[in-house]
Design a protein around this ligand. Structure first.
Ligand code: GLY
Ligand code: MN
Ligand code: MN
Length: 450
């Protein structure tokens, strides 16, 4: 019984495990999934697997661990919960080791109760342990106790790994490049979220509550097969949009204000992350339109830089360039472009970066700068930003947030705008995966009045 997602591809996950063992060289990797988290008494938060574990396995059950043995002989071993009729009557289906091994293509699979004994056997005499220390204190303690058990046996000739390396660093580099299989899921995740944003524009009316719009998003996500929101939706009317991580979502939507919604879904583990900002009454005022089109132009300039000719920071630099000129033109900032950039006065209105990697985590894995200077292939890249490459996925999300202040004309007060899309770097440029979510002034007004 493979999960309902029709195109689950066992060999995709096997290939990832093989690639990781090749990167490891020789040693043992231990990658546990996330623990379940109690919400209160015997209620739990909805379970979400660990992204690294899931990337290597496709397996969604809690209380699971994957071991990868790399060396002369490579193999992958899953540990999972036993079949248990009593627990399955209460909580639902469990694979059990044998069925999980066959369905998910592991070389071996055992009960989670056999983990201690098996790790001790496999870890003995390994030159290197691959484990991510510092993520979870109880796993750190368990790994330490395995190492100490082996250290107590050195007089019997047992070798203990003297090198512990962060396995997640190796997986981060793999996760950064999305396969065709992943791109396909991400496109679907993007389409579901885009449809939800378009639906929200159609439904919004003055007098509604922010949480009613949040409910519309959940409705659209779940009815299209997404498993959850990818993060807590931000539904921010009027001044609330100037709080970057606003998520109280409990205020009334007022005629004449803008509504900023930052919401995306998670489909088979993969996040979409879209922000749209639109007028609650369906028509931008003149000043709202001026600021909106500035942010939209900044986003277009940034998206134009998403291609494999450029480094990670080029889209941010392009967005900032447009925004700073716009802040000067709107008389929000004073002085030359250079002066506004150097003094940082623009950050009163734009105080975050223009994007992040996107994937299994909404702020996804992967380094933004090369640690090795020699991989930097561009001049004027003193910060060693890594080059964009086909298969990388990122958000492009400039904004403008104008809080009331003495140095700001009052007609701008409380305008908060962000426009965010999800972009894939391709062989010949880029693909905006979220392009179905409307965003020009004309298209938004037409949709809202339809
Ligand atoms: N929704 C989170 C972000 O835009 O980074
Ligand atoms: Mn984002
Ligand atoms: Mn977002």
């Amino acid at each position: 019984m493979i999960d309902s997602f029709a195109s689950f591809n066992t060999s995709e996950f096997q290939q990832r495990r093989i690639k990781l063992t090749q990167a490891m060289g020789e040693g043992l990797a231990i990658i546990p999934t996330s623990p379940e988290t109690v919400r209160n008494r015997d209620s739990h938060y909805p379970y979400r697997f660990d992204s690294y574990f899931y990337y290597l396995t496709g397996f969604k059950e809690p209380e699971s661990v994957v071991l990868l043995v790399a060396g002369k002989q490579n193999k992958s071993i899953l540990f999972c919960r036993d079949k248990d009729l009593e627990r399955e009557i209460w909580d639902g289906f469990r694979y059990g080791a044998d069925a999980a091994r066959d369905a998910f293509g592991f070389d071996e699979a055992y009960s989670i109760n056999e983990l201690d004994a098996t790790v001790l056997k496999l870890l003995a005499n390994q030159p290197k342990l691959y484990f991510s220390l510092g993520e979870n204190a109880s796993w750190d303690a368990r790994v330490t106790s395995w190492l100490n058990t082996l250290r107590n046996q050195v007089r019997n000739g047992v070798g203990v790994p003297d090198d512990i390396s962060d396995v997640c660093k190796l997986i981060d580099e793999m996760r950064l490049y999305k396969s065709l299989y992943e791109q396909n899921i991400m496109r679907k995740s993007a389409n579901i979220a885009a449809a939800a944003h378009n639906r929200a524009m159609k439904f919004t009316r003055p007098g509604m509550m922010e949480y009613e719009m949040e409910a519309e998003f959940l409705h659209e996500f779940y009815r299209n097969g997404a498993q959850s929101p990818a993060y807590t939706s931000i539904v921010a009317g009027g001044a609330n949009a100037c709080t970057l991580h606003y998520n109280a979502n409990n205020a009334k939507l007022n005629d004449g204000d803008l509504l900023l919604i930052d919401a995306g879904c998670e489909l088979e583990g993969y996040a979409s992350d879209i922000t749209r900002t639109f007028p609650i009454n369906g028509k931008f005022s003149a000043v709202q339109k001026d600021v909106y089109e500035l942010v939209l132009n900044a986003q277009a300039a940034a998206i134009a830089k998403v291609n494999s000719e450029n480094h990670w920071n080029a889209p941010h630099e392009a967005a900032l360039d447009v925004l700073i000129q716009g802040f000067i033109d709107l008389k929000l900032c004073k002085g030359s472009k250079e002066a506004v950039f150097d003094s940082g006065t623009y950050s009163q209105f734009y105080m975050h970066r223009t994007g992040h990697w996107l994937g299994l985590d909404v702020h996804d894995a992967g380094e933004y700068q090369y640690s090795n200077q020699s991989r930097n292939t561009q001049k004027n890249n003193s910060q060693n930003w890594r080059m964009l490459e086909p298969g990388m996925t990122l958000t492009v999300e400039p904004g403008c947030y104008i809080r009331p202040a003495e140095n700001v004309p009052e007609h701008f007060w409380n305008i908060g705008i962000r426009i965010e899309d999800d972009v894939l770097v391709t062989q010949d440029g880029s693909e905006v995966m979220t392009e179905k979510a409307v965003k020009t002034v004309t298209d938004i007004e037409a949709l809202m009045q339809s």
